[in-house]
Design a protein. Sequence first.
Length: 523
Amino acid sequence: MMQMVASMAPETAPESRTITGMVLPWGKPGYTSTGEVTVTAGAVQLPADLKRVKLLRDHSTEPGFTPVGYATAAEDTPEGLKMTFKVGATSDGDTALTDVSEGIRDALSVELVDTEVTGGVLTAGVLTAVALVPIPAFADARVERFTASRKEPKTMTNTETTTPKVEDRHRKDDPAPETPQPNEEPRNDDEEKEENVTTRDDVSYIAAARVPTGLTVTGPGRAQLTFSQAVEAIAAARTGVASAEMTAKLADITRSANPAISAPMWLGEMWEGVEYKREIIPTMTQKALTKLKGVGFRWTKKPEVGDYAGDKAEIPTGTVATEPVEVTASRMAAGHDIDRAYFDFHETEFLQAFFRARANDYAIKTDEKAAKFLVASAKTGTTITAEPDLLHAAARARLVIKRQTRVEPNAYLVHPNSLFGLFQITQLDNPAYLDLLGVRPDRFIASDLVPEGEIIAYAKQAVTWFELSGSPIRVDAERLDHGGKDSGIFGYWATLLNQQDGIVRVPFGATKPARRDAEREES
């Protein structure tokens, strides 16, 4: 392997506006954009003309980076590669020297091309630039001394390493280095800035290590890593083969710049309430519907018994009368033509949610049908005068039904707003003897279909809900001509008022009217 020739400037005549420091330590880990990397001694090649190695303020991949100088000397030490740079007499150069003196950008980070990395060890690479950065890739890559004028150089760290004699390590295809001109006139620069610096007694640094950033790539600057480069970096990390280039400062890979690299999380069906359980139909007599049409009869005049004197006297008798009762089933249905791809790709979560939502809607709609039937049936029964409040109205309804049918009402339908009226009733307004009248709030059912200021009470035996067993019935059929599957549900139901006396409507309000006994009227 070709070796490098030391060409450090003599200590007796330090040149003005120079920066010297460790640019690449040997055998110590650095954290780069491709992962942890260790550089072996002699692995990095330098051009024969050191001026080709530029000193930058920030890396060439960063927007707004600027070149501020060039390399004038390189030294291969046991600790690593040390270099000296000439800083240009420009405003950017002044800024760079200020950054170093103030400890802002006092670290060094190399830019390499044509790199070879195996198992996390860099075995080959060509140095193209060195950047002044706040945090280096390698913890020990820092400025050791600098000069702003012809005075004695500022010492960043008191190193005691000697300069060994090494052989030439320049690239064969590079031109010969330029010969310095001895008669070159020195430049009178500003006075050297004073600075307190940290010293050390041996070659080991005592300064606290900083979090490293990585290596860098030369060439056209790019402010953002592309998606293909990200894929290559990931593949290289998995296989242990690094890219031919390394970045000295980690490039930003943002989610917004690469929206397609990962799939979103599947959230599934959003919660829209628990599955509806019918509240009103269970309070009615339920029977299976076996035909679309049903017939029966209802008493209009029931048989009656009377007193009998005996001794072969004539026994009591009387006429009876009935009327026919007829019900016709009503129907509910819904159908959809579903793309068979949902079934072929086993989109079971969506399909199950779809079928469940359809059946849930059937339960809600049928409960509403039952409520409308009860409200309509109560309007044709016994007329009862208004009561002062909800509890009194419920007690009145119970007494009327019990007197007319000899059974207790098992449910009371009330508008939701009317239920809030219970909060206005105090214990004084609700004496304990109301319990004797069977007023039980747990039998109240809220329904928007009941007019406000009214309560509807009914006995279960007085009303019947007929429904075809299994409703809603789901039916699926293939539709090959359209590549779909037809899916439908069908329900059949009917209602019957068995006994008008078993359902009543009682209004109530804030003003207590004059009370009178309930009068029974035939509808």
